[in-house]
Design a protein around this ligand. Structure first.
Ligand code: XMP
Length: 327
């Protein structure tokens, strides 16, 4: 039997009971596979890696070492939540790596989107590799591979979904407990494992994070403007019943300024672009019809609360002709 093929008899996990049965089965299988050895996991805080972490914590406790790399491109509150949930609440073995300066120094002056992605991906592997080398006796590498990753790729797993690219002398046996699950099933399992709702029902977030929303060459002032405006947008969407309804929503900040006025004085500052889209498979997308008074309220909050910003724009473009992200 092909271990990467979902058996036709496998029932879709839609209820807490089915999730608990899956969890019990996986805990037994993980204990059998791992024995008394150690497992390493790159824990981003996204739903897939978080569910894998929670399963492994239940199965092998402190034999799991989670590495959370803060590359400075995460959303507001994300690194803090990873530490709170996994270290404080679940008592996991968590290595937190503050690599913010390292990533931002590497990215300084780089404006080309694909080059930015490559730098972020390569640097991530380098940081992860350094952490892996500091640890003794690791034999397994856990990954949050899910079934669409296997279905959609020709040769295994999409590059941006795993920690592929580790050097030859640092190869581990893979542990992929959710590789036969679809995203909705991973969420049901995450909920049954007790992960917080805002982790389990989180909208998709690209690997390069806010790096592709701070358009052009990344600067710290614009990166802060993206992070703060995104936090306001998410807060307002949650308050107004749009969280969980709109597929993906975020802000982007371009690398040019416009003239404005604040407290009777001329300002020269950045615009913030709001994007809110719906899609099934991310191949095409339509724009959410966000109520105009909510857009006006969000504009008021962003222009008064976010530094270096004096305008807010709403992106009306479907995919195609645009893509979902700006870069
Ligand atoms: P686009 O912009 O291509 O985005 O319409 C489609 C979906 O993919 C996400 N996306 C990425 N995800 N690494 C990722 O992990 C990336 O480099 C990347 N680029 C885009 C995007 O957020 C959207 O959900």
């Amino acid at each position: 039997m092909d271990p990467n093929k979902r058996p036709e008899t496998m029932e879709r996990i839609t209820t807490p009971e089915l999730a608990n049965a899956f969890i019990d089965e996986q805990i037994a299988a993980l204990r059998e596979q791992i024995g008394d050895k150690k497992v390493l996991l790159a824990l981003s805080g996204g739903v897939d890696s978080s569910v894998v972490a929670a399963l492994l914590i239940k199965a092998v406790g402190k034999q799991l070492v989670c590495v959370h790399v803060n590359h400075g491109l995460l959303r507001k509150g994300e690194p803090e939540q990873v530490i709170d949930v996994f270290r404080n609440q679940m008592d996991a073995n968590l290595v937190y790596v503050d690599a913010v300066d390292r990533f931002l120094d590497k990215l300084a002056g780089v404006a080309e989107p694909e080059k930015k992605r490559k730098i972020i991906g390569a640097e991530f592997i380098r940081v992860f590799e350094e952490e892996a080398r500091k640890l003794d006796g690791i034999e397994f590498l856990a990954q949050g591979t899910i079934y669409p990753d296997i279905l959609e790729s020709d040769d295994g797993v999409k590059a941006h979904h795993n920690v592929g690219g580790l050097p030859e002398d640092l190869q581990f046996e893979l542990v992929e407990p959710v590789k036969l699950l679809f995203k909705d099933e991973v969420r049901v399992v995450g909920k049954a494992l007790g992960l917080p709702d805002n982790m389990v029902y989180r909208q998709p977030f690209p690997g390069p994070g806010l790096g592709v929303r701070c358009l052009g060459a990344i600067t710290r002032d614009r990166l802060e403007a993206v992070r703060e405006s995104d936090a306001i947008l998410r807060e307002e969407f949650a308050k107004n019943g749009l969280e969980g309804k709109v597929w993906q929503y975020f802000t982007a900040v371009p690398d040019f300024k416009g003239v404005g006025i604040k407290d009777g004085k001329r300002t020269f500052a950045y615009p913030v672009i709001i994007r809110a889209v719906n899609t099934k498979d991310a191949m095409t997308a339509t724009v959410e019809n966000v109520p105009f008074d909510l857009l006006q309220h969000i504009t008021q909050r962003i222009t008064s609360e976010v530094e270096n910003v004096n305008r807010v724009l709403f992106d009306l473009t479907p995919k195609p002709s645009a893509t979902i992200e700006w870069e």
